[in-house]
Design a protein around this ligand. Structure first.
Ligand code: UD1
Ligand code: CA
Length: 457
């Protein structure tokens, strides 16, 4: 039996008080809808249909995946109306799984359990027990709430004794498409919000004598709905916790598991240590024994075994070989490659450059568009002048070169192997291998020179 997933994402999300459509708000670096799409894709459905409306093209453009089938709901007339539109053309014997764009933490395992309950023509609901059920639809059961599910009542329509019920509707459900299509056609908008509530299909199903199964969510976290910024922040905490737990389980030392943020995928070798307030983004891999110091930001980079990133460093799109030391306060920009055992010190920026084995750039330098050999020493305050206002030019520095402090290397320029450049030089022509090159004006002393004196009044 094939599965069709419907994701409802047409609402504006008024309670977010934002001009961004709700489902585009980022959670751990990915829009809410992106989380739901990932969970849906894990079930390998025949088709994923997303109902969008508010924010129209903006929502569609954020997900250019051609496999998504978009259904436009011009007017948001309720979740039942959205499902009715989205079901058009879905084969009657498909199992339909209804997900909400603002319920982003649901796991594929829970969705599989829910789907399994819909086999045999039943309607299956995902429910949860909340200590504070405010804002959610309540599950009404027969026999003084101990029997089967008979209806869902939205909070706005609930009587006081119904509001006291703590079993809630997560909004997620599964049902054979033909059954669901027949039920949503019978919905009426005679309620507090004058909307077609999807939740009313439960009462209709019970009247038809169809089975309604309630499946309890595995954790409360995974069914939290995001309606405002406080709930968005709470969901962010849940995801931080999930990724910290996974890292701890894999043997990573987190000095403070509450203070690490992973937006993307972080892979770690053995005996990795991560200090507090480190932010990882995109695809990052840390080799065995890597240490990342506090307040660092590492994105889309590979850090090989034994390298240390000291505090307050920013490493973006870099390939760091084994045994390197970076920072504190260093910045590695995209296309930086450190071959190995290199040292990039404080207030050094490196961009689109390779730095050979055992080379050092220890203080206050800018190295851009350069190829630096091995065993090179770059003195404090050295700058590659790579940009002439129109084009970028390369600097080449051979193995064992020694660049004195405060040198400007005006690219394109080459410093030969084992060359020495005198401190304070502005090098605009190639410097030959093995020789000392100095390019600075001669020092003069004017003896007997007097400072200007202030005129006395
Ligand atoms: C809904 C449920 C409620 C449940 C809660 C769980 C209904 C009537 N109520 O309430 O029982 O406890 O979710 O989080 O279903 N949407 C559309 N088109 C519409 C209306 C909504 O696509 O016309 C989308 C929204 O973008 C959102 C989802 O459906 O992603 C839920 O809508 P929302 O208005 O947030 O419903 P809740 O009041 O949270
Ligand atoms: Ca909601």
């Amino acid at each position: 039996m094939s599965t069709t997933v419907l994701i409802l994402a047409a609402g504006q999300g008024k309670r977010m008080r934002s001009s961004l459509p709700k489902v585009l708000h980022p959670l751990a670096g990915r829009p809410l809808l992106g989380h739901v799409l990932a969970a849906a894709a894990a079930l390998k459905p025949r088709e994923i249909r997303v109902v969008h409306g508010h924010g129209g093209a903006q929502v569609r453009e954020a997900f250019p995946d051609p496999a998504i089938h978009w259904v436009h709901q011009a007017e948001q007339r309720g979740t039942g109306h959205a499902v009715r539109l989205a079901l058009k053309g879905v084969p009657a014997d498909d199992v339909v799984l209804v997900l909400y764009g603002d319920v982003p933490l649901v796991t594929p395992a829970t969705l599989r359990r829910l789907r399994a309950k819909a086999r045999g023509g039943r309607l299956a609901l995902l429910t949860a027990e909340f200590a504070d059920p405010a804002g959610y639809g309540r599950i009404i059961r027969s026999g003084g709430n101990r029997g089967g599910v008979v209806a869902i009542v939205e909070e706005k329509d609930a009587a006081p004794e119904q509001r006291a019920i703590r079993e809630i509707n997560t909004g997620l459900m599964a049902c054979p498409a033909g059954v669901l299509a027949r039920l949503v056609r019978r919905l009426r908008a005679d309620n507090a919000q004058q909307e077609y509530y999807l939740t009313d299909v439960v009462g209709l199903a019970v009247k038809e004598g169809l089975g309604v199964a309630a499946v309890a969510a595995a954790t409360l976290d995974e069914v939290m709905g995001i309606n405002d910024k406080a709930q968005l922040a709470a969901a962010g905490r849940v995801l931080r916790r999930r990724s910290a737990d996974a890292l701890l389980a894999a043997g990573v030392t987190l000095v403070d598991p509450e203070r690490i943020d992973v937006h993307g995928r972080l892979r770690c070798g053995r005996d990795v240590t991560i200090h507090p307030d480190v932010f990882f983004e995109g695809e990052v891999s840390l080799g065995d024994g890597v240490v990342v110091g506090p307040f660092s930001h590492v994105s889309n980079s590979r850090i090989a075994a034994g390298s240390v990133i000291h505090s307050h460093s920013v490493v973006e799109g870099a390939n760091v070989g084994p045994g390197c030391e970076i920072g504190p306060y260093a910045r590695l920009r995209p296309e930086t490659e450190l071959v190995g055992e290199a040292r990039i010190g404080n207030f050094v920026e490196v961009k689109k450059s390779s730095i050979g084995r055992r080379s050092k750039v220890n203080h206050l330098s800018y190295i851009g568009d350069a190829s630096v050999g091995g065993h090179v020493n770059v003195g404090a305050g050295t700058i590659t002048c790579n940009y002439d206002g129109v084009s970028k030019h390369r600097t080449r520095i051979g193995d064992h070169a020694f660049i004195g402090s405060g040198v400007e290397l005006v690219a394109p320029v080459e410093v030969g192997a084992a060359a020495t450049i005198g401190a304070g030089s502005t090098i605009s022509k190639d410097a030959p291998a093995g020789e000392l090159t100095v390019a600075r004006s001669k020092q003069v002393t004017i003896s007997g020179w007097k400072r200007p004196a202030r005129a006395r009044k």
